[in-house]
Design a protein around this ligand. Structure first.
Ligand SMILES: *[C@@H]1O[C@H](CO)[C@@H](O)[C@H](O)[C@H]1NC(C)=O
Ligand SMILES: *[C@@H]1O[C@H](CO)[C@@H](O)[C@H](O)[C@H]1NC(C)=O
Ligand SMILES: *[C@@H]1O[C@H](CO)[C@@H](O)[C@H](O)[C@H]1NC(C)=O
Ligand SMILES: *[C@@H]1O[C@H](CO)[C@@H](O)[C@H](O)[C@H]1NC(C)=O
Ligand SMILES: *[C@@H]1O[C@H](CO)[C@@H](O)[C@H](O)[C@H]1NC(C)=O
Ligand SMILES: *[C@@H]1O[C@H](CO)[C@@H](O)[C@H](O)[C@H]1NC(C)=O
Ligand SMILES: *[C@@H]1O[C@H](CO)[C@@H](O)[C@H](O)[C@H]1NC(C)=O
Length: 370
């Protein structure tokens, strides 16, 4: 059985918590396994594996000019999530690019199907609907990742079913027609869950990590322009294998990852930020028809390490092809982003420890979320 199944029991992964209430808002409790999506200046959060929070829907005003990290302004929405939501993935699409699509994990109340259920949240009207989809529907699952492009397409990959069996299939939902199609399985990566997915501006999706047995340097790549799978090898610092981490794309082309677990231990998460530089590489120019494995193992200058992350302790790994000499790069990203990540991680973990006695949604194959 795939070791990633064990990570069902790990609940540290995507935490969210602040310790103080907003000026006019409220302070959501710490949570885990929620999903989130950004529409305009609002960052929406849905659900939690803590069952009393599983239908919660709230958002944070992330207008950078007014965002106060130590006192963020939260808003609660009365439009509660139509099902107990956790282990799911939320994307943005629709004709006006302001509908959030919540691709639900297998533990939904809709027992009439074994397929992934898609709930649509109209962020203008504040109304949830259950989307009627057609085409080749994906089997229900959890701990997958879905990303959207700017043309209303959602790409859903991987995850595990109720028996803990992992998937390696990719499905594309066109939110303009509500039609699912299945993507290519040629050269698809091995089945996995709890990885991160990042869509680059050039249309490539990077699937990073997802278990102790998945080398962080081998990055499966799905090209949304051609529909072809490939793999790229990142050189530079060695990044510990992990699952349940997050990854975001910075404006200057770095994929920044944070957190995650290794060795099946919820206490073993890595607190170091790491940045994959996609700009110094051939990733943007990659012709998947000519793609070649990189055998170079260029050493980076020793990176500074510390138990606690800070802006100066960002490790870098450089994606490269065999013709590209890599150089160490320290990421220059807005300090606010680092601060957000750090606060999410630290406060979330602290609250996780406080909240771990709370009720957890029980999932088939799960040890209960912790
Ligand atoms: C941010 O919030 C903190 C805590 O309430 C407050 O002390 C500080 O003055 C605020 N900063 C700004 C720029 O409003
Ligand atoms: C939510 O409901 C409460 C009580 O009905 C109401 O006072 C509040 O304005 C509502 N909030 C939103 C965002 O609709
Ligand atoms: C999720 O599964 C658990 C146990 O299988 C069940 O008790 C619970 O009602 C389910 N949640 C929903 C929303 O169906
Ligand atoms: C869902 O899958 C289970 C187990 O394979 C099967 O018994 C059940 O009939 C399926 N339900 C539907 C609606 O297809
Ligand atoms: C997802 O869709 C929204 C709305 O079109 C867009 O603003 C956002 O950039 C998209 N995400 C990505 C990664 O392209
Ligand atoms: C994780 O497991 C591997 C293999 O069992 C072991 O070599 C390594 O020391 C472990 N790491 C930690 C941090 O325990
Ligand atoms: C880098 O690390 C290696 C192995 O730990 C060590 O031998 C070497 O002296 C270090 N180099 C620098 C410049 O610190």
């Amino acid at each position: 059985m795939d070791p990633s199944k064990n990570y069902l029991s790990i609940c540290l992964l995507i935490f969210l918590a602040w310790t103080s209430a907003g000026v006019d808002g409220f302070a959501p409790l710490g949570r885990l396994r929620q999903s989130s999506a950004l529409v305009g200046n609002r960052l929406y959060f849905f659900g939690s594996a803590i069952i009393v929070q599983a239908r919660e829907n709230f958002f944070l005003d992330v207008t950078l000019s007014t965002l106060n990290i130590s006192n963020p302004l939260w808003f609660s929405s009365n439009a509660s999530v139509p099902t107990n939501s956790a282990f799911a993935s939320a994307c943005v699409g629709g004709p006006n690019k302001n509908t959030i699509y919540l691709l639900e994990h297998l533990n939904t109340s809709n027992a009439g199907t074994n397929n992934t259920i898609v709930y649509a949240f109209d962020t203008v009207g504040g109304i949830w609907t259950t989307l009627t989809t057609s085409g080749t529907l994906p089997a229900s699952r959890q701990q997958f990742q879905a990303v959207n492009n700017t043309n209303g397409k959602i790409y859903m990959f991987g995850g595990i079913n109720g028996l803990g069996v992992p998937f390696n299939d990719i499905f594309i939902l066109d939110t303009l027609s509500s039609v699912w199609t299945q993507g290519s399985s040629d050269s698809a990566p091995t089945a996995r869950s709890d990885f991160s997915a990042t869509l680059l501006n050039n249309g490539l999706i990077l699937y990073i990590g997802g278990g102790d047995n998945i080398n962080m340097a081998n990055i499966p790549t799905y090209n949304t322009n051609t529909g072809a799978w490939s793999t790229t090898v990142a050189v530079g610092d060695t990044i510990d294998p992990r699952s349940g981490h997050t990854s975001v794309l910075s404006p200057n082309g770095h994929v920044i990852i944070y957190g995650g677990a290794k060795n099946n231990s919820a206490l073993d998460q890595n607190q170091q930020l790491a940045s994959l530089d996609t700009t110094n590489s051939q990733l943007y120019l990659l012709d998947t028809r000519n793609y070649m494995w990189v055998t170079d193992t260029l050493q980076q200058p020793n990176s500074t390490t510390s138990p606690n992350p800070s802006v100066t302790q960002i490790q870098t790994i450089i994606a490269s092809d065999s013709n590209t000499l890599s150089t160490g790069v320290i990421v220059a990203i807005p300090i606010v982003s680092i601060a957000i990540l750090a606060i999410i991680g630290f406060t979330g973990f602290w609250l996780y420890k406080r909240n771990k006695q709370n009720d957890i949604i029980r999932i088939a194959g799960s040890k209960g979320g912790h």
